[in-house]
Design a protein around this ligand. Structure first.
Ligand code: IVH
Length: 705
């Protein structure tokens, strides 16, 4: 390509030049996608890659007709590296919630106490372990032999990397006296000195250096040729377990002892602590050694020591209630703010995003940071052209911390937050009282919101359609192939056209269509979550599904709840029955109810849902434990102080047995469980003739004793 073409602004290109440039960029982008996703070995920084993408998009915007046929491969995405078989973890590999300060650590401990209903003087022992910055792996031993090792993947399905893990000296091949089946989990990492030596060797051999030890470990572990892995110095710290045929210990500390007995390495900075103060002291002590440790760590993990308590505490979403990662403070850097772009989210919220001069923060190149909302921009006084301090903590989106005013260019002007949506419809944006964000009122007519909702619809916790990610949705939307969720299930009508698309082979289209077919049957809870209603996350979607059972019942109730009460009732002081039922679901308040009503009041909602019903087989919510629990399907209310467990534990237990937990007593309540000092709810139950149980009676009933 002539050099002057690579420099021309999009506006200066004629259609022939544009075609040439776009074609070249598409090839280049596809190449870097493959290096990044397929080989874990990027040749350019994220910032350089973004610049290529931006240039492609800018030209594509001017010449959409050519761009359509040239769009860079959308098929790569984060697809797993080919060549490794998939492994479904017999128990999911969890993630950890984070704490960023002492207060959050104290709250974590307090939550545990409340959940277990512990007396104030009862000590809670916790183990503090460094959080190793590597990659987690699960090692399966059967009769003491190492038979299979897998990456974490998405926590449910990982990749079989047994051959590569066998090359790591820290991973024993045989264990003496281990349970019949035993899965050991821990972190594969590379030491800092080994990382430096590897990079030197790579460079002198004309190869590419890795950005940090974690990337080097990832790249080494995902080699299809395990002789390459064998030459890389990888190590392993063990800290947890998955499936086991017999409990390996009574405490986390005891388990770590057993790990050492079997020949695993455990981290030497691990301590058993008896109080929050001790945890924090250990955090400080580890933090002080961080720079001089031979490997990278990014925080300290605290775990409840007693395993029977861990069992009772269980997990929320994908993280255990019994552990937390106390992260080290964010790393900061200075850079220049080049532009402030406005992004429109799924629910119409306008978010200002800082486009930055790329800068390395803690080993990662950062070129974008969030500015949260209008007030934040004003409070920080950020202007385009400013030198700003940015920070990045873990996997959290980088943030703009503050402006260095002394470095402000004289010509800069304050940022004006737009009063219309940046999409072509230019819908007016509004900011409701008490809300921090401005929202575009365009609903699904707004192309940004429409695309964001589609992205949400196919995301992991919603329809989870493999091979249909952000890039593909964007491309299909632009071409008019998918404009509403139901269209996804009609994509097979375009099979021939899809196979003609740049970057899509016969096989990838077949795979995509098969993945879509697999999701035609879906649970009501996932379906509700997938709709992307404001404030309706996974937990709320489950509650709604459990309470209404079927799509029909739920929709009818939401429409009914939205009917304004007539006459004197219009004050909304007295909600209609449907609304009262909705509000009676524990944890659903007026604000969520309003969002549900607003969603169903939106013009297209009923059409979209009806269209989906045509395409899908929506399964009524399955009560977790099939009918054999005496409380399955029953509505229960807890009131007063319970003696043997906290309110959240009682609720979690009841729900796991298929009961619905309501916040207040009504005719529909089946049981009211009264603890000490129960007040008006017990009285109301009595008045309505609802069965009242003591805590012991309830426990006897659910435990079947
Ligand atoms: S415990 C349920 N302990 O951190 C227990 N994780 O953010 C889950 N990690 O995926 C993990 N050091 O890769 C645990 N001492 C440690 C850890 C540790 C590093 C990683 C692990 C996990 C991630 C969660």
């Amino acid at each position: 390509m002539p050099a002057d073409l690579t420099r021309k602004e999009p506006a200066e290109l004629n259609i022939f030049e544009a075609e040439e440039v776009l074609a070249a960029l598409a090839v280049e982008i596809a190449h870097h996608d493959e290096r990044y996703h397929g080989q874990d070995d990027p040749e350019i920084s994220d910032a350089e890659y973004d610049a290529l993408r931006r240039r492609f998009d800018a030209i594509a915007e001017r010449f959409p007709s050519i761009a359509r046929t040239l769009a860079p491969s959308t098929a790569v995405g984060a697809a797993p590296a080919t060549g490794f078989a998939k492994v479904t973890h017999s128990r999911p590999m969890l993630s950890l919630s984070n704490a960023f300060d002492a207060e959050e650590v104290a709250e974590f401990e307090a939550r545990i106490r409340r959940f277990l209903s512990l007396a104030a003087e009862e000590p809670v022992e916790l183990v503090a372990e460094p959080k190793i910055d590597g990659l987690s792996a699960s090692l399966r031993y059967v009769n003491g032999r190492f038979v299979q090792g897998a990456t974490r993947g998405d926590g449910t399905v990982g990749e079989d990397i047994t051959r590569n893990l066998r090359t790591i000296d820290d991973i024993p091949n045989r264990l003496e006296g281990a349970p019949e089946t035993l899965e050991i989990r821990g972190e594969v990492y590379m030491r800092k000195d080994d990382f430096r030596a590897l990079n030197q060797a790579q460079e002198s051999a004309g190869g590419k250096a890795f950005a940090n030890p974690r990337n080097a470990a990832a790249g080494s572990l995902r080699q299809l040729d395990s002789t390459i892995t064998a030459r890389r110095k990888l190590r392993f710290f063990a800290y947890s377990w998955g499936e086991v045929t017999e409990r390996p210990a009574d405490t986390q500390a005891g388990f770590l002892d057993r790990l050492r007995g079997w020949g695993f390495q455990t981290n030497p900075l691990t301590r058993l602590c008896g109080s929050v103060d001790e945890l924090l002291a250990q955090y400080t002590a580890i933090g002080e050694q961080r720079a001089t440790l031979p490997y990278d760590i990014d925080g300290v993990v605290y775990k409840v020591n007693r395993l029977d308590w861990q069992d009772r505490l269980g997990m929320v979403s994908r993280a255990p209630r019994w552990a937390i990662a106390h992260k080290f403070p964010a790393e900061q850097a200075e850079t220049i703010l080049r532009a402030i772009d406005i992004q429109v989210g799924r629910t119409g919220a306008l978010t200002p995003v800082a486009r930055l001069e790329p800068v390395t923060v803690g080993g990662v190149v950062v070129s974008n940071a969030t500015l949260h909302n209008e007030d934040e921009v004003r409070r920080k006084g950020v202007r385009v052209g400013d030198t700003v301090v940015i920070q990045r903590a873990g996997d959290v989106i980088p943030q703009v911390v503050r402006v260095i005013e002394e470095k402000r260019p004289a010509t800069s002007v304050p940022f004006e937050f737009p009063s219309v949506c940046p999409c072509e419809l230019k819908t007016a944006v509004t900011r409701l009282e008490g809300e921090a964000v401005r929202r575009c009122g365009g609903g699904l007519a707004c192309p940004f919101q429409a695309v964001e909702r589609l992205k949400h619809f196919v995301s992991r916790d919603a329809f989870d359609i493999e091979g249909l990610g952000e890039k593909q949705i964007q491309a299909f939307w632009q071409d008019g192939l998918v404009t509403q969720p139901g269209d996804i299930f009609r994509l097979k009508r375009h099979e021939a056209a899809l196979k003609q698309r740049e970057g899509w082979g016969e096989k990838s289209v077949d795979n995509l269509l098969a993945a879509i077919e697999e999701r035609r049957t879906i649970g009501l809870d996932r379906m509700i979550y997938a709709l992307g209603i404001r404030q309706v996350g996974q937990a709320t979607a489950r509650l709604l599904a459990a309470n209404y059972g079927t799509l029909d019942a739920w929709r009818a109730a939401m429409l009914e709840a939205g009917k304004t009460p007539s006459g004197d009732d219009a004050s909304a002081e007295k909600p209609n029955d449907a609304l009262a039922d909705l509000l009676n679901i524990d944890q659903i308040g007026m604000s969520v109810a309003n969002d549900l009503i607003a969603f169903f009041a939106e013009e297209q909602t009923l059409d979209i849902v009806a269209d989906l019903e045509e395409e899908l087989d929506i399964q009524p919510f399955a009560v977790p434990v099939a009918g054999d629990s005496p409380v399955a399907g029953k509505t229960v209310v807890f009131t007063g102080t319970l003696a043997t467990m906290g309110r959240s534990e009682a609720k979690a237990r009841a729900e796991s047995l298929g009961a619905k937990v309501a916040g207040s007593v009504s005719k529909k309540t089946d049981y009211v469980i009264v603890g000490a000092d129960a007040g008006s709810k017990a009285a109301k139950a009595e008045a309505l003739g609802v069965a009242i149980l003591s805590e012991e009676e309830w426990t006897a009933m659910v435990d079947g004793t």
